[in-house]
Design a protein around this ligand. Structure first.
Ligand code: NDP
Ligand code: GDR
Length: 378
């Protein structure tokens, strides 16, 4: 039985990858941070009682900024594969916390590589680094592939640039099996709520149920190559199963604006939205409703108002430096890994909106029943 150690186990990708590896028969160790609230929602369905025999899924406390902790965990778990998915992964937040982001996202990978090397596990252990399309930053050429020059545009991307190159360097210097997956944006129903896709699908569901009037967004013209996280964790695994350690771009090859993602999400619930105006004055207004679609989803048409402004731009969400256009060329992964995404953008949007609709219905029921707030302080 192979053993995997996953950092960032409580995140979107950590949860999907843990599920994927457990299905493949792996023993999985996950590193989670101590938190004042439970932070294991995404992996609770994988929980195994530590008191039972043959347990294959174990969580450990740890942090990428804590070398001794990482050394101990790697020594105790003796992994065949390490997936370094932990990161302060929000690009906008990295402008507010640049030093912490550099420490966790940049030096974190160095700590893992050094721990493996110092423990004498270099030949046993294969290591995956969660690199990112943000490395391309300012557009140099499209579509972006493994040879496109990097030009990072945020403290997050600069930190990830360090992690990318230290991975390459340890591979070349110490013959370690260490690889970068340069993954383009990937989303899912369990995507963090402050990333733009999830922010949109949550708000669309709430607006359709009459729980919220409007959604505020930043740059609607940014273009992203969005795939489904379920497809992308399979690529991570494939990258570590090859004869030679190499770096791979993982992407769908299709790019879409944030504005179009909004339109597609509203269309899922039978609401047509048209955009007008420019920059900070741009807004999205309801211009049509598909009553059949609404009733198929059990939505009340009385809640939807023609002419209602459902999207406004708030400059607070603009970034000091933006990445305008990402579109990936995953030919190498297709040819060498045999990897191909199963979800296209329409299927991704449908998956996310329907899941959020279900989630928001819970809130609706609680509200109707008078249980929507629990005030601990009265
Ligand atoms: P998430 O933000 O959902 O998850 C990040 C995980 O890292 C969480 O488990 C978080 O813990 C943990 N974490 C954060 N800081 C630390 C730290 N200092 N020590 C230990 N754990 C920490 O990200 P995703 O799952 O979306 O992404 C996974 C990785 O892939 C990240 O490295 C990200 O930068 C990278 N990436 C993501 C892409 C995407 O589109 N999703 C594309 C390309 C790369 P907690 O739950 O406690 O916050
Ligand atoms: P990104 O994802 O920065 O590409 O990084 P995010 O969803 O945050 O932004 C995508 C684009 O949408 C624009 N945008 C907004 N973004 C957010 N978060 N909130 C808004 O209200 C909003 N309005 C417009 C952004 O300006 C941007 O252009 C993600 C993360 O998962 C990284 O960890 C990962 O490395 C990259 O994807 C690939």
């Amino acid at each position: 039985m192979k053993t995997a150690l996953i950092t960032g186990i409580t995140g979107q990708d950590g949860a999907y990858l843990a599920e994927f590896l457990l299905k493949k028969g792996y023993r999985v160790h996950g590193v989670k941070r101590r938190s004042s609230l439970f932070n294991t929602d995404r992996i609770d369905h994988l929980y195994q009682d530590p008191h039972e025999a043959h347990q294959r899924f174990t969580l450990h406390y740890g942090d990428l900024t804590d070398s001794t902790n990482l050394i101990r965990l790697i020594q105790e778990t003796q992994p065949d594969e390490i997936y370094n998915l932990a990161a302060q992964s929000h690009v906008k937040v990295s402008f507010d916390t640049p030093e912490y982001t550099a420490n966790a996202d940049g030096l974190g990978m160095l700590r893992i590589l050094e721990a493996v090397r110092l423990l004498g596990l270099s030949t046993k252990c294969r290591i995956y680094q969660a690199s990112t399309s943000e490395l391309y930053g300012m557009v140099q050429a499209v579509p972006q592939n493994e040879t496109t020059p990097f030009y990072p545009r945020s403290p997050y991307a600069v930190a990830k640039l360090y992690a990318y190159w230290i991975t390459v360097n340890y591979r070349e210097a110490y013959q370690m099996y260490a690889c970068n997956g340069i993954l383009f944006n990937h989303e899912s129903p369990i995507r963090g709520e402050t990333f733009v896709t999830r922010k949109i699908t949550r708000a669309v569901s709430r607006i359709a149920l009459g729980l919220q009037d409007k959604l505020y967004l930043g740059n609607l013209s940014a273009q992203r190559d969005w795939g489904h996280a379920k497809d992308y964790v399979e690529a991570m695994w494939l990258i570590l199963q090859q004869e030679q350690p190499e770096d791979y771009v993982i992407a769908t090859g299709v790019t879409t604006t944030v504005r179009e993602f909004v339109r597609m999400s509203f269309a899922q619930v039978g609401i047509e939205v048209e955009f007008s105006g420019k920059h900070e004055q741009e807004k999205g207004v309801i211009i049509d409703v598909d009553e059949d679609r609404l009733s198929a989803l059990g939505l009340d048409p009385a809640v939807i108002k023609f002419g209602q402004t459902v999207v406004n731009v708030d400059a607070a969400y603009f970034r000091p430096t933006e990445v305008d256009l990402l579109i990936g060329d995953a030919t190498k992964a297709q040819q060498q890994l045999g990897w191909k995404p199963k979800y296209d953008l329409a299927a991704l949007v449908a998956d996310m909106v329907i899941a959020d609709l279900q989630l928001m219905r819970k809130e609706e029921y609680l509200r109707k029943g008078g249980f929507n707030t629990l005030n601990y302080f009265e």
